[in-house]
Design a protein around this ligand. Structure first.
Ligand code: ADP
Length: 370
């Protein structure tokens, strides 16, 4: 049987009346983008949390209806509290606020972002988290890089999280080096290719934020998906971030991307707390000399041009890579290394910036248009 197309699913959804009686659920803007993969149909319904019960029923109804369509192997319908562009007034803004209201018990959320992949964003995120921990704070890491979750490997954690209550509604975070971690990588097989569309990313991340039984936490480090696409923008917009840091290599190309990363946060009014230059220079094993292979200093100059704090530089060091690959991150395993000291100094600056309220948000904020 031919696989169903998103258009055919939409046609069916247009037959279902919107809960407020105004048109159908598609015209009312309740339906996200629809993903179809090997007969599996996935999409989200935008729920108004005030009518959670009714939306729960609608979700079951819609899921049932779509699963019965010819060519559908399985239908997965998630409820999200996501803003949709079609209708923005009143309750929808409140829906977007549910995430923005913060995570109970978590004081600051900080995003580690980069304009493109491969610049060492995840390596920086884990080592910064461990540096906050070494500086005496209670720390958690949320791996929001759903396209390529690397925290299980970087933390050297395998296995699946346990349910935190008998109903199985929430799960415990994983824990190593005294830091709590949640990652989609713990929930899906590493070999499974993950196809995510914007709304699904948000709904998966909402679950990781909301349905993990986090302990009291001073700072939660969020490893953002690389790049500046819609998913990243939505995440930056809908997560109650105290601030963001941008990781960049010194190459010009990466700096152009870093600027895009910066602009993304500026667009959604998240303070960018500074820039970290990664793989800044190379210290050769053999001669012990410092080689500035990438034209060192580019990030610092760029930070100055942009009026951003330059937080520090981390050299390209094979030991850093080996330890990361082995799940033994340098800050946790070599406390007196110069790199550990650099990360701790950066973490100190970031903590001060967050505590001084540089990262504080104005109280309830209207969700901005694109
Ligand atoms: P991203 O999250 O930006 O995609 P990663 O953190 O996964 O990047 O890093 C990409 C690769 O570069 C990894 O193999 C990592 O170990 C390595 N790496 C990152 N930073 C450094 C560094 N400062 N020195 C040496 N290797 C590094």
């Amino acid at each position: 049987m031919a696989e169903i197309t998103p258009e055919q699913v939409l046609a069916e959804l247009r037959k279902i009346a919107a809960p407020d009686g105004r048109g159908n659920i598609v015209s009312a803007g309740l339906v996200s983008e629809i993903a179809v993969n090997a007969g599996q149909v996935m999409f989200a319904l935008n729920a108004d949390p005030q009518h959670a019960n009714a939306m729960g029923q609608l979700q079951k109804f819609v899921q049932d209806r779509v699963s019965k369509l010819p060519g559908v192997a399985k239908a997965i319908v998630a409820l999200t509290a996501e803003r949709t562009p079609q209708r923005e007034a009143g309750p929808k803004q409140q829906a977007a606020q549910t995430l923005r209201n913060g995570i109970p018990g978590v004081k600051h959320l900080i995003a580690v972002a980069s304009g493109k992949g491969g610049v060492g964003k995840s390596t920086t995120a884990i080592n910064l988290a461990l540096a906050f921990k070494a500086n005496g704070l209670r720390v958690a890491v949320l791996d929001a890089d759903v396209y390529g979750p690397s925290m299980p490997k970087l933390f050297g954690i395998s296995g699946k999280p346990e349910a935190s209550d008998k109903y199985g509604k929430r799960m415990n975070p994983m824990r190593r080096f005294g830091v709590e971690v949640a990652s989609i990588g713990f929930l899906v097989d590493e070999a499974t290719p993950m196809i995510w569309r914007g709304p699904m990313v948000m709904s998966a991340l909402t679950q990781l934020l909301r349905e993990v039984a986090w302990s009291e936490t001073d700072v939660m480090v969020i490893d953002m998906p690389p790049g500046t696409g819609d998913a990243q923008l939505t995440l930056a917009q809908q997560t109650p971030l105290s601030g963001a840091v941008i990781v960049s290599t010194p190459q010009d190309l990466a700096l152009i991307d870093a600027r895009k990363g910066l602009n993304m946060f500026v667009k959604v009014s998240v303070p960018v707390l500074g820039l970290i230059e990664n793989m800044s220079y190379f210290i050769c094993d053999g001669c012990g000399k410092r080689h500035e292979i990438f034209g060192h200093g580019g990030a610092k100059a760029e930070a100055q041009r942009l009026g951003l704090p330059f937080l520090g530089e981390i050299p390209l060091d094979p030991e850093l890579r080996q330890r990361s690959d082995a799940g033994e991150p340098i800050v946790a395993t070599v406390p007196d290394s110069p790199h550990t000291k650099s990360y701790r100094a950066i973490a100190e600056k970031l903590w001060i910036a967050m505590e001084q309220g540089m990262g504080q948000k104005p109280a309830p904020r209207i969700v901005m248009g694109d």
